[in-house]
Design a protein around this ligand. Structure first.
Ligand SMILES: [Mg+2]
Length: 311
């Protein structure tokens, strides 16, 4: 079973009567004038990171950042979180203090607070954060409209190439830093929420995350590859390692940029805001019909992204 089918199965098995539930970046439940957003992300040693090339501080910061990205993708602001922590005894008490100091640094950096949680010794480092936030108008995945423009707030592929370099034993450099240091779109998300129809954060790959929007909205899309921002670092590193840059750009995960759909009229208004974004395609009416063109020629990507359930 792939992840999309698994999510569909869960959505049907566990209908949610309080608001928007399974299948978005966060659940959204009406609370007074706002919606309360709740999201949860897991980081598991040797699945999501390796302590061979991550410091405990980097892991702690990333565990907060990936959750902040999901709240931003709903157009919301994060407030506080609960921590489930499995910590290997082997790492020792000092490592534990290092971890919590880093968590405190993240709280101050992003202005979120720790509200509670649970703690256990474990065979591997295991971090589960439940982040709470709020939004006046949450943005879901299911509202993309035919004729919407598709935008992204930054380059994709950098993190995936950074991970590839780490696996080759390269421990530093701008792309390695991109992989280890998540910069969540916490300012952009709430601004975009005033203009866009649908939004998601690119956690598993540009195409797979776009597909999630298309599936939820029962729409298709055409992507113009030449409009996607590709950094010099990606070009140079792919050339050096004889890789087709289109693979990490279209299918590499963990860039945590925001992907949105917006009417052409609203996009004109969005230009007045002081945020960087790139229009890379448009939404079409045929459900799940995803076409990628590179300078007018249709291309077939080898992969669309990381599927947590594909074996
Ligand atoms: Mg997400």
């Amino acid at each position: 079973m792939d992840e999309a089918r698994f999510v569909k199965y869960l959505k049907e098995k566990f209908p949610f009567s309080y608001g928007g539930g399974i299948g978005d970046d966060a659940s959204a439940v009406k609370m007074g004038d706002d919606y309360q957003l709740i999201t949860k992300d897991l980081l598991i040693e040797n699945v999501h990171f390796s302590l061979d090339y991550y410091t405990l501080e980097e892991v702690a910061l990333k565990s907060i950042a990936v959750n902040l990205s999901d709240i931003a993708a709903m157009g919301g602001e994060a407030q506080y979180f609960y921590l489930g922590l499995g910590f290997p005894k082997l790492l020792g008490e000092e490592a534990n203090i290092t971890f919590f100091n880093a968590l405190d640094k993240g709280c101050r950096q992003w202005q979120v607070e720790l509200a509670g949680g649970d703690f256990s010794s474990a065979a591997l480092l295991f971090i589960s954060i439940t982040m709470i936030g709020r939004a006046r108008n949450p943005i879901y995945r299911h509202n993309a409209q035919t004729g919407d423009l598709i935008g992204i707030t930054g380059a994709t592929g950098e993190s995936a190439i950074g991970l590839m370099l780490l696996k080759k034993g390269i421990r530093s450099g701008p792309l390695v830093e991109k992989h280890k240091t998540v910069v969540p779109g916490i300012k952009k998300g709430p601004i975009l929420a005033n203009y866009v129809n649908a939004m998601i954060d690119v956690s598993d790959g540009l195409l797979i995350d776009l597909k999630r929007v298309l599936t939820a909205s029962a729409k298709g899309a055409t992507i113009f590859y030449e409009n996607i921002p590709v950094t010099d670092e990606i070009r140079e590193t792919c050339a050096l390692h004889q890789l087709d840059e289109r693979e990490p750009v279209l299918a590499g995960g963990e860039d945590y940029v925001l992907l949105f759909t917006i009417t052409p009229g609203k996009e004109k208004e969005l230009r007045k805001e002081n945020i960087d974004y790139y229009i890379i395609g448009e939404i079409t009416s045929q459900p799940e019909d995803l076409i990628i063109k590179d300078k007018g020629k249709v291309i077939q990507p080898k992969a669309i992204g990381y599927d947590h359930f594909q074996c």
